[in-house]
Write a protein that binds this ligand. Structure first.
Ligand SMILES: [Zn+2]
Length: 420
């Protein structure tokens, strides 16, 4: 699996647990409430993919799935400048980047990442020698030019010091988890007799929207899990993986759960966005998580139609729905507890279970302010099907060990509550 193989992350986990143990009273208030926007298809700008010969035996490439590099120039002997731009605008600021670099002669090079105006650097660089095992760049080799954006001190550009040689070095905003990596993971799950896979739709560019079915139940009780509406949100995907693997585990709890509930999973809602290295949108140029009311995009329509057909064909109910994302810090966006779905109190109990499991961990929970906008996935799950639902947000920099543990524990607490 593609986890950061860096001992530093273990110590970071200890530090974050100690930090969480301090019971900070100033929790992040989360993103501003979401606003309705048009989700009609608009054009996106395709990047020109190729291998760029920068002279002197130095090459840079963005010719692979999940790459993003919109321009590159050799500024001088040791400095390479890279331009990163979004697929279209306006867009939320999550500037994904990814490229490969190599050099015939062994040398140290500086690579400066620049962004279009009003954008800024966000993701701490990850390096890989094979495209699947990643390590965070040594912080001593990272220099940022900082500015204040919306009360956060962020970098308008960064410069990385890279030791390059004839072997390809991969540089990426987060671990590279493209559609083929997701397929590999789902194929591993498919070795379980209780897991099956089907295709419920096609993206704008014709990639399959794949659905996993987990369980042997009669579909009277179902849960829905989705992830990666937003391409760069890899930490949310990692939590989803741990969550799903726990539902598939060879434990008494998971076996009982699978005999009672069927779980439906769309692990990669936006395959075009992921494989094209988009910052946020699908190939229709749209933020999919604003399209759950009008359903102008094929990816959201596929999931809507699947859920509706399932309920009408079986007479069963969705009891729970979760959508995994990433943002600045760990946070849960829930439906306000005054509204009752098919199992009132479920989501608060699951989150409280997490709090019990990690002493000192104080979950950041932001309930939606009522029946306002119904444009995102979890509102759709709740208001259309009565499924108790929440948006599970993982911090961009949350230590990967903790991401996994939290994903596993969420699955355990959920199964316990749903079987009560
Ligand atoms: Zn998101």
């Amino acid at each position: 699996m593609n986890f950061l193989k860096n001992k530093g992350y273990f110590f970071a986990l200890i530090i974050i647990l100690c930090f969480l143990g301090c019971k900070t009273t100033t929790q992040w208030k989360g993103q501003a409430p979401i606003r309705k926007v048009s989700t009609l298809t608009v054009p996106v700008q395709r990047q020109y993919a190729g291998i760029f010969d920068l002279g002197d035996g130095v090459f840079v490439s963005n010719d692979y799935s999940g790459a993003r590099m919109n321009g590159v120039a050799r500024t001088n002997d040791t400095l390479i400048s890279v331009l990163i731009t979004s697929e279209n605008s306006p867009i939320n600021p999550s500037p994904w980047y990814g490229f490969k670099i190599w050099s015939e002669a062994e040398k140290d090079l500086y690579v400066k990442l620049t962004y279009n105006e009003d954008a800024f650097h966000r993701y701490f660089p990850k390096l890989s020698k094979n495209g699947s095992d990643w390590e965070a760049l040594d912080s001593l080799k990272y220099k940022a030019v900082k500015k204040i954006y919306n009360e956060r001190e962020l970098a308008e550009s960064i410069t990385l010091q890279l030791s390059v040689n004839k072997d390809t070095l991969w540089v990426s905003a987060q671990e590279l988890i493209t559609s083929s990596v997701v397929d590999k993971w789902t194929n591993e799950l498919l070795t379980n007799s209780f897991v099956s896979k089907s295709t419920i739709g096609e993206s704008n560019q014709g990639r399959p929207v794949n659905l996993l079915t987990i369980g042997d139940s009669d579909d009277q009780r179902m849960i829905m899990v989705i992830s990666r509406q937003h391409p760069p949100e890899v930490t949310g995907f990692l939590a989803m993986q741990a969550f799903i693997e726990t539902l598939c585990a060879d434990t008494d709890l998971a076996k009982r759960f699978r005999a009672t509930y069927n779980t439906y999973v769309v692990p990669l809602v936006n395959p075009d966005g992921v494989d094209n290295g988009h910052w946020r949108h699908n190939y229709g140029g749209v933020d999919l998580n604003r399209d759950w009311e009008n359903f102008n995009q094929p990816e959201t329509r596929a999931i809507r139609d699947f859920m509706r057909e399932k309920v009408s064909a079986t007479g069963g109910s969705f009891y729970f729905g979760v959508d995994f994302h990433s943002t600045w810090e760990d946070i849960f966006y829930t439906i306000t507890p005054e509204l009752k779905g098919n199992m009132p109190g479920l989501v608060p109990l699951v989150i409280a279970g997490l709090e019990d499991e990690f002493p000192g961990y104080e979950p950041n929970i932001r309930p939606s302010p009522g029946t306002g906008n119904k444009i995102n996935s979890t509102a759709f799950f709740f208001f259309e099907f009565g499924a108790e639902s929440f948006t599970y947000e993982v911090g961009d920099n949350t230590p990967r060990e903790f991401v996994r543990k939290k994903g596993e524990t969420t699955a355990i607490k959920l199964m316990e509550q749903l079987l009560k």
